[in-house]
Design a protein around this ligand. Structure first.
Ligand SMILES: Nc1ncnc2c1ncn2[C@@H]1O[C@H](COP(=O)(O)OP(=O)(O)OP(=O)(O)O)[C@@H](O)[C@H]1O
Ligand SMILES: [Mg+2]
Length: 459
C-alpha cells in the first residue's frame, strides 16, 4: 500500500465496509432462506397431519361398516357416517395442500378417487345389502374385498406420507446447511471486523496519533525556547510533511534567533567599544589637559605669592571640573574594569554604594571584555536599584565560575516587587545578557527582597 494517510484510511475503511457488508448480506440471504425452509416445514407438517386424518377417517369407515355388518346395530354406523361426511373436505384439502408437487398430487388424487370408489362401489352398497339381508354381507368374499380396498388406500397414503417425510428431512438438512453458512458468515464477519478494526486502530495510533503527539510535545519544547528540538521524520504522507515542515520551521527559527543574537552582540560590543574610546579620549586628552592647566596655575601661585587671589578660585574650579569629568568618564566606561577585571570593579561598586554590600568573587581570572562589561553593569544596576527603590538595609554580590559559565547573583533584603516593564534598567540588562547567549532571572516577591541571577557562557 502506498500514498498518503487519507488514502490509506479510505482503503482501510473501504475494506471494513466490504467485510461487514458481505457478512450482513450473507446473513440477510440466510435469514430469507431459513424463512422459506420454515414455511416448507410448516407445509409438510400440515400435509402429514391431513394425510393421517384421512387415514384415520378411512379406518373409521372400514371399522364402522364391519361392526355394523357383524352386529346389525345401527349405532355402529355413527363413526362410518361421520367419516363419510368429513372425508370429502379432508381429501380436497389434501389435494390443495400438495397441489405444488406433481408426484404428491397424483397420490392425493388417487386417494380421493379410491375413497370415493370405496364408498360408492363397495361400502354404501354393502351397508344397504346388510340392512336388507345381514347374512349376505357377512361373506368372506365381501370382507376380503373391503380389506383389499382399504389396504390399497392406506398404501397410497403411506407413499404420500413417506414422500412428504423425505421432502421434510431434505428441507431440514438444507436449513441446517443455511444455518451453518450463516454462523460461518457471522463468525468470519465478526472476527474479520475485530481484526480489521484492531489493525486499523494500531495503524492510526502508529501512523497518526503517536507522530502528532511527538510533534506536539516538540512544539511545546520549541515554544518554551528549546530551539534544538527536531522530530524524527519517519511518518508517512501528510504526517511526514508535517514533521518535515516542523523541522524546517525549527531550523528557520534557530537561524533567525542566532542571527538576532549575533546582531545584538555586535550592537552591544560596538556600543561598549565606543564608550571605552570616549573614556580613553577623555582620560588621555581633556583630563590630562585639565590636570596640566591646574598644575600651571599652582606653579604660577607658587612662583608669585602676590598673584591674583582669583587664581585660587580658578585652581579650585579646575580641580572640581576634573573630579566631575572623572566621574562622567567612570560612568561611560569604568577604567578599573579594564585594569583589574570583575573582582576589583565589583568591590569598587560595593564601596561606592550607599548600602553595606558583601562581595564574594572567588576567582581572579580575566574574562572576555563583553562578559566583564555585562557583569559590571548587572552589579551596578542591581545595587543602584536596591538603594533607589528597595529601602534595603543590606545587599550581597556573589560571582563564581562553573561549567564554563560565569554565575552572578545580586541580592537585597528590601521591599521586592521589581517590575522590569516599569523602567529601562532591568530590560537593558536582559538585552545585554541575552546578546551574549546568557540568561537573567529576576525574582522579587513583594516583601521578600530581590534577587538577580545571571548565567553567562564564557566563549
Ligand atoms: N531591588 C528592587 N527592589 C524593589 N523594587 C525594584 C528593585 N529594582 C527595581 N525595582 C522596581 O522595578 C522597576 C523597574 O526597575 P528598572 O531598573 O528597570 O527601572 P528604574 O530603576 O525605575 O529606571 P532606570 O533603571 O531605567 O533608571 C523600578 O521602577 C522599581 O519600581
Ligand atoms: Mg534601575
Amino acid at each position: 500500500m502506498s500514498g498518503g494517510v487519507a488514502r490509506r484510511v479510505a482503503i482501510a475503511s473501504g475494506l471494513l465496509m466490504l467485510l461487514v457488508g458481505t457478512g450482513f448480506a450473507v446473513l440477510l440471504f440466510s435469514v430469507q432462506d431459513l424463512r422459506g425452509s420454515e414455511q416448507q416445514a410448516r407445509h409438510s407438517a400440515a400435509v402429514l397431519t391431513n394425510a393421517h386424518q384421512v387415514e384415520r377417517l378411512v379406518s373409521d369407515l372400514a371399522s364402522g361398516q364391519r361392526d355394523f355388518v357383524i352386529t346389525g346395530q345401527e349405532k355402529f354406523l355413527q363413526p362410518w357416517q361421520m367419516a363419510q361426511s368429513e372425508l370429502p373436505a379432508q381429501t380436497s384439502a389434501l389435494d390443495q395442500l400438495v397441489a405444488g408437487s406433481p408426484g404428491q398430487l397424483t397420490r392425493a388424487e388417487e386417494v380421493s378417487q379410491d375413497v370415493t370408489s370405496y364408498l360408492r362401489d363397495y361400502s354404501l352398497p354393502q351397508v344397504e345389502a346388510a340392512r336388507r339381508n345381514p347374512t349376505s354381507a357377512r361373506t368372506e368374499a365381501v370382507i376380503a374385498e373391503g380389506a383389499r380396498r382399504v389396504t390399497a388406500i392406506r398404501s397410497v397414503l403411506d407413499q404420500l406420507i413417506g414422500a412428504e417425510q423425505q421432502a421434510s428431512a431434505a428441507e431440514q438438512s438444507h436449513s441446517d446447511a443455511i444455518a451453518g453458512r450463516a454462523a460461518l458468515a457471522a463468525t468470519t464477519g465478526l472476527v474479520g471486523s475485530v481484526v480489521l478494526v484492531l489493525g486499523f486502530t494500531i495503524y492510526l495510533t502508529r501512523a497518526i496519533v503517536r507522530p502528532v503527539l511527538v510533534t506536539a510535545a516538540m512544539a511545546d519544547r520549541l515554544a518554551a525556547g528549546d530551539l534544538g528540538v527536531r522530530v524524527p521524520e519517519k511518518g508517512v504522507g501528510e504526517i511526514r510533511t508535517l514533521e518535515r515542515t516542523f523541522n524546517t520551521m525549527a531550523d528557520s527559527l534557530g537561524e533567525a534567533t542566532a542571527d538576532l543574537a549575533a546582531s545584538r552582540a555586535r550592537l552591544v560590543r560596538a556600543a561598549d567599544e565606543t564608550r571605552r574610546r570616549i573614556e580613553r579620549d577623555l582620560h588621555d586628552g581633556i583630563q590630562q589637559r585639565l590636570v596640566s592647566l591646574a598644575l600651571d596655575v599652582r606653579a604660577i601661585q607658587a612662583d608669585s605669592p602676590d598673584s591674583l587671589p582669583q587664581l585660587d578660585e580658578v585652581a579650585d574650579g579646575l580641580s572640581v571640573t576634573l573630579d566631575e569629568l572623572r566621574e562622567i568618564a567612570r560612568g561611560i566606561h569604568p577604567a578599573i574594569l579594564s585594569e583589574g577585571g570583575i573582582g576589583p570593579a565589583v568591590r569598587t561598586l560595593a564601596r561606592r554604594s550607599k548600602l553595606p554590600v558583601e562581595v564574594e568573587v572567588d576567582f581572579a581570572d580575566r574574562l572576555p571584555p563583553p562578559i566583564e562589561v555585562a557583569a559590571y553593569y548587572v552589579v551596578s544596576e542591581a545595587l543602584t536599584n536596591a538603594a533607589k527603590h528597595a529601602s534595603a538595609s543590606y545587599a550581597s554580590v556573589e560571582a563564581h565560575l562553573e561549567d564554563g559559565r560565569l554565575r552572578l547573583c545580586v541580592q537585597d533584603d528590601g521591599a521586592g516587587g521589581a517590575d522590569p516593564t516599569k523602567g529601562s534598567g532591568l530590560i537593558g540588562l536582559d538585552d545585554r545578557v541575552q546578546a551574549l547567549g546568557g540568561t537573567l532571572v529576576v525574582e522579587s516577591p513583594v516583601g521578600e527582597g530581590t534577587t538577580l541571577s545571571v548565567s553567562l557562557p564564557i566563549t
